[in-house]
Design a protein around this ligand. Structure first.
Ligand code: NAD
Ligand code: UDP
Length: 323
């Protein structure tokens, strides 16, 4: 039963993207009014098509690098290309989206006294020298490499959030998101889970960059969205940053083998050069999230992959049907 008296007006920037579309749906299901703000640089209308009939959902085509004047109670700031091939396509625009986007959304939050959430990233830790990563670790980031537009843009956005907090007493919430996967990922975003599933389903070679010994920790999208909502609802004195991710750590080779197994594919492993500055290991320490959000992920990798593979199968059928 929806309690409309408690329903809020909530803006989700990047709402047409992978995570944003799941978040919009969750907030609508919770009875809120949702304004989805997106310029569709990497997101697609297909992701939010199922939400369009809901009269509490509104879509605004807008680029967050420009100011925005709306009235809202809460803002989730997710707008930013997130996969390495997407964010390296136009690196200057990537930094602008993180930095100018943060300034514009923080300015909006200040004007309307809204609470504001920032989708930060494990990339703020760069190629980490401590393992697993805790929020107190300052990171090991190359400021001038190919990944820097994203890493440094996100780091600067965090700085802005905390300066708006100190200078203007804004209510802020900063989540550092670790690799997340699930339905609504872009099939060509080049991220490892989408690449491997797409390749496996077509019995194409599985492209492993480097020797596949680098590790990542993969979180299923539903678990992550639960953490977002819980973080937004924490008392005002809790700002984060807080790690949100699944501590289950796998090498990229292990992931490839799991995907081949679960899809019943005849794909073979194909080793390619490792991109520069590719972090060698990544695992969130989620002690803080457990303590402050009462949260930990429930869906393990194999179960999450089983929920994700049918989405890509359906997508492939649609793509193959198109002339
Ligand atoms: P995504 O690319 O699917 O979504 C990003 C959305 O932002 C897209 O819909 C895109 O069109 C939109 N966008 C980009 N630039 C914009 C601009 N200037 N103005 C308005 N909209 C713009 O990526 P995602 O995986 O859903 O990531 C969402 C957020 O979470 C990003 O900020 C990303 O950095 C962060 N994040 C994601 C992950 C992950 O594993 N998915 C990990 C760490 C951080
Ligand atoms: N990767 C890979 N093959 C692919 C795509 C990615 O081996 O087809 C590797 C990539 O080099 C990295 C890891 O998988 O070590 C995760 O890459 P992704 O782009 O998903 O995320 P990020 O590097 O930002 O964590």
């Amino acid at each position: 039963m929806i309690n409309y008296r408690l329903s809020k007006q909530i803006a989700v920037t990047g709402g047409g993207g992978f995570l944003g579309s799941h978040l919009c749906k969750r907030l609508l299901d919770d009875g809120h009014n949702v304004i989805c703000i997106d310029n569709f640089f990497t997101g697609t209308k297909d992701n939010i098509l199922p939400l369009m009939d809901n009269n509490r959902f509104e879509l605004l085509r807008h680029d967050v690098t420009f100011p925005l004047y709306i009235e809202v109670d809460e803002i989730y700031n997710l707008a930013c290309p997130a996969s390495p091939i997407h964010y390296q396509h136009d690196p200057v625009q990537t930094t602008k989206t993180s930095v100018h986007g943060a300034i514009n959304m923080l300015g909006l939050a200040k004007r309307v006294k809204a609470k504001i959430f920032q989708a930060s990233t494990s990339e703020v830790y760069g190629d980490p020298q401590i393992h697993p990563q805790t929020e107190t670790y300052w990171g090991h980031v190359n400021p001038i490499g190919f990944r820097s537009c994203y890493d440094e843009g996100k780091r600067c956005a965090e700085t802005l959030f905390f300066d708006y907090r100190r200078q203007h007493n804004l209510r802020i919430k900063v989540a550092r998101i670790f690799n997340t996967y699930g339905p609504n990922m872009h099939p060509n975003d080049g991220r490892v889970v989408s690449n491997f599933i797409m390749q496996a389903l077509q019995n194409l070679p599985i492209t492993i960059y480097g020797d596949g010994s680098q590790s990542r920790s993969f979180c299923y999208v539903d678990d992550l969205i639960e953490a977002f909502v819980r973080l937004m609802d924490t008392p005002d004195d809790f700002t984060g940053p807080v790690n949100t991710g699944n501590p289950g750590e796998f090498t990229i080779k292990e992931l490839a083998e799991k995907v081949i197994d679960l899809t019943g594919s005849s794909s073979k492993l194909d080793y390619k050069p490792l991109p520069s500055d590719d972090p060698t290991q990544r695992q969130p320490d989620i002690t803080l999230a457990k303590e402050k959000l009462g949260w930990e992920p429930r869906i393990e990798l194999e179960e999450g992959l089983k929920k994700t593979i049918p989405y890509f199968e359906k997508l492939l059928k649609t793509l193959n049907r198109k002339p």
